[in-house]
Design a protein around this ligand. Structure first.
Ligand code: ZN
Length: 57
């Protein structure tokens, strides 16, 4: 694993919120990516961000 980084900066740079296309930021505890625009949080499990939207169901 990398030092305290959930997602590689390169990957994080190209990822965007599937809901609003906003930029994402890491949140260390609990591990998640949080959209800077709409505030939706996507959990990171085993280093893999789970980009699912509850509203799709
Ligand atoms: Zn968003």
């Amino acid at each position: 694993m990398t030092d305290g980084t959930l997602i590689s900066p390169d990957l994080l740079g190209i990822m965007q919120c599937p809901k609003c296309a906003g930029s994402l930021a890491e949140r260390p505890d609990p591990p998640a990516l949080v959209c800077q625009d709409c505030g939706h949080a996507y959990p990171v499990k085993d280093g893999i961000p789970v980009m699912l939207l509850d509203e799709d169901r």
